[in-house]
Design a protein around this ligand. Structure first.
Ligand SMILES: Nc1ncnc2c1ncn2[C@@H]1O[C@H](COP(=O)(O)OP(=O)(O)O)[C@@H](O)[C@H]1O
Ligand SMILES: [Mg+2]
Length: 366
């Protein structure tokens, strides 16, 4: 999917902006506080329905205004045109618009555009809690495996029911054993399916990652492993039953795909303990690039990649390597920098557009 036209209104310090991006490289330059990250954040809303900086939707609505909107006209990999958009107001209501139809199902919108982002905080994916890494895997699955979304919504609903029963037991209330059995069986069905999808996805990703990490971090031998969230020797239902006495004591389901994690090792040691900050950033870049490539190879779809403050994040030669590799996968790129010098190598690139941001105004440079 390529964005052909983007219209932003009342989003942070961007009162109103209409831009016609390049399908390839877009460079966004501006002083600190001019609105570069806000611009990327508005595009992030199209791909995720949320910000990458805050959980509070209200804080992105322009001060003294009651709503923001982001609309885009885009072209997909089959050369078909689409119009999509999102609006949110200060009452916390939101609305998506897809080809003229209004919807309140965010999944309808976010399935349109695979958006990825690399920011100064991206190493949280490696350093932070397992949720970050599950989100990483599930983003990829969501865009390549059609059934994944419904499966994971079902899993979450069933987990909630089962946990409610366990909570009852924990506080000493009598529960219906048959009901517990039913939820365990249901949870096992969806859990096993999602686990299989994740395992397949990671196996495919590993092959691409090997190739990419040899280019980006040639000094290390890197290895990804997946912990599915329960004992690798048992099937999920048997594991749930074994754990039932323990789960009844603690009042929730302690195993399952909601506890899964990714481990990345460098020369046999945990990557987060072995690699420097800069090397960890390269590792995240390599992982994200592997996803972009996988998406392209598996579905022929290309996504949108947002790179915020790249100058502060990667050395010049790595910056260039990363951007060139992304452009090779037909990704539409939006890269921000405080100074053009941070991206001096793009001068020789064709098919790019340069934008200048000042006090929330986004202007294309001629
Ligand atoms: N809700 C809002 N309404 C108006 N302005 C805002 C809002 N939220 C943030 N800003 C302002 O938007 C400006 C742009 O911030 P940002 O996009 O982070 O800049 P940059 O990434 O270019 O350094 C900042 O000056 C900030 O104070
Ligand atoms: Mg910024």
């Amino acid at each position: 999917m390529k964005l052909d036209k983007v219209q932003i209104t009342q989003f942070r310090n961007i009162e109103s902006a209409t831009i016609f991006p390049s399908p390839h490289l877009n460079v966004v330059v501006g002083q600190n506080g001019s609105g570069k990250s806000s611009f990327l954040e508005s595009l992030h809303y199209l791909g995720f329905g949320r910000s990458f900086r805050t959980n509070k939707h209200k804080s992105v609505i322009q001060s003294a205004q009651s709503q923001f909107s982001v609309f885009a006209e885009c072209t997909d990999h089959k050369d078909e045109q689409h119009k999509i958009g999102i609006m949110r107001n200060t009452k916390d209501e939101f609305l998506c618009s897809i080809n003229g139809e209004r919807s309140q199902r965010l999944a309808n919108l976010v399935s349109y555009i695979p958006v990825q982002i690399f920011t100064p905080q991206s190493t949280d994916m490696l350093i932070g809690p397992p949720t970050h890494r599950r989100r990483f895997i599930d983003w990829g699955l969501f865009h390549v495996e059609q059934s994944f979304y419904t499966q994971s919504v079902n899993y979450a609903k069933i987990l909630k029911q089962r946990n409610a029963l366990l909570k009852y037991q924990q506080i000493g209330k009598k529960i219906d054993i048959a009901q517990m059995d039913y939820w365990s069986h249901q949870l096992a069905i969806y859990g096993e399916k999602i686990d299989k999808d994740r395992q397949n996805y990671i196996s495919a990703l590993k092959i691409i990652f090997k190739r990419i990490s040899e280019q980006f971090l040639p000094e290390f031998s890197l290895e990804i492993s997946y912990n599915r969230g329960w004992d690798s020797e048992t099937d999920f239902l048997a594991a749930l039953q074994q754990k039932l006495p323990y789960d009844s004591r603690i009042g929730y389901t302690s195993i399952g795909i909601h506890k899964a994690d990714l481990k990345i090792k460098a020369d046999g040691a945990l990557a987060i303990e072995r690699l420097s900050r800069g090397q960890l950033r390269m590792l995240v870049a390599a992982l994200q690039l592997s996803q972009t490539l996988h998406l392209f190879e598996a579905t022929n779809k290309s996504g949108i990649f947002l790179l915020d403050d790249i100058g502060a994040e990667l050395d010049l030669d790595k910056r260039q390597k990363f951007i060139e590799a992304l452009l090779d996968t037909n990704t539409q790129l939006f890269v921000t920098a405080i100074e053009k010098d941070h991206l001096s190598f793009v001068e020789e690139y064709n098919d790019k557009k340069m934008f200048h941001v000042e006090h929330g105004r986004v202007n294309e440079e001629q």
